[in-house]
Write a protein that binds this ligand. Structure first.
Ligand SMILES: Cc1ncc(COP(=O)(O)O)c(C=O)c1O
Length: 258
């Protein structure tokens, strides 16, 4: 069509994000990105591709990264690659360091907003931008993660041999993160203030991995009680499925925080 696509190279920087292996994306063993040893060959080919204009480099080392060290290692790698590609005669205007900054799943009320000040200070101190360059971030989870809850009803309670189960009407079809990544979401009981009891909170789907939390202390619950599974704003509804012919659930949006 005679147009030019402006592109960034997604580079796999081989930086360990120190997070769950299923949400680690920037190691050589991961499927994502262009490996460092392939960059040279790509740069050699780019001038032949008249409909492609290289404007940036892009990295994303993983999700739910809870310490800042991996980002420091990423900055060092990005600086080296930035210099290397610019020395080859390309003008990079965008350095995109992806997302990954973790949120606090244990304490979503008191720690609703991650420490962005520290995060951005780390980049300020470590990334070496040239005067024509902008730094881009993709902080999806960090911004929206705490803004959604999955509201679910207790269908049954069951006294198992070694555990008490609270079986709820939501399942891995509505929030797959615990089953997929062993993610731990906090749970609030909205309708009971009973004596504390330890539960496994599980969905109704015929999979043992259909479990939201193991051994969580909650006020005693009964059939009909309503629970809020917290921190579902990221990778909750967007990863829903109709597995086991489960219907889609409704979403309610509100600015009312009460
Ligand atoms: C390329 C890219 N950027 C950003 C993100 C967002 O990361 P996070 O979940 O940590 O916000 C993802 C998540 O998969 C991603 O693949």
């Amino acid at each position: 069509m005679g147009t030019t696509a402006r592109i960034a190279l997604r580079i796999n920087p081989n930086v360990d994000a120190d997070t769950h292996r299923y949400i680690t994306t920037g190691l050589n063993e991961n499927k994502f990105g262009i490996y460092e040893e392939d960059i040279e060959g790509i740069l050699e080919r780019l001038p032949e591709l008249s409909n492609i204009e290289l404007i940036g480099i892009h990295f994303h080392i993983g999700s739910q990264v809870e310490s800042l060290e991996p980002f420091e290692r990423l900055c060092n790698k990005a600086n080296d690659l930035n210099d290397y590609i610019e020395e080859k005669g390309f003008k990079l205007t965008v350095i995109n360091v992806g997302g990954g900054f973790g949120i606090n799943y244990e304490n979503p009320n008191d720690k609703a907003i991650p420490d962005f000040e520290k995060f951005f200070a780390l980049f300020e101190a470590n990334i070496e931008l040239k005067s024509h360059q902008n730094l881009h971030f993709e902080l999806g989870r960090s911004i929206v993660g705490q803004s959604g809850s999955l509201i679910t009803k207790v269908l049954y309670t069951k006294e198992g041999r070694t555990r008490n189960f609270a079986i709820v009407d939501a399942g891995m079809t509505e929030l797959i993160r615990p089953a997929l990544y062993q993610a731990t979401h906090n749970i609030d009981v909205l309708t009971s203030e009973g004596q504390p009891r330890v539960y496994d909170v599980v969905g109704p789907i015929c999979e043992s991995s259909d479990t939201f939390r193991k051994e969580i202390e909650l006020p005693e619950v009964q059939r009909g009680d309503i629970l809020a599974i917290r921190s579902c704003g990221a990778y909750g509804e967007v990863m829903k499925s109709q597995y086991n012919l489960r219907p889609n659930i409704a979403s309610v949006f509100s600015d009312d925080l009460t």
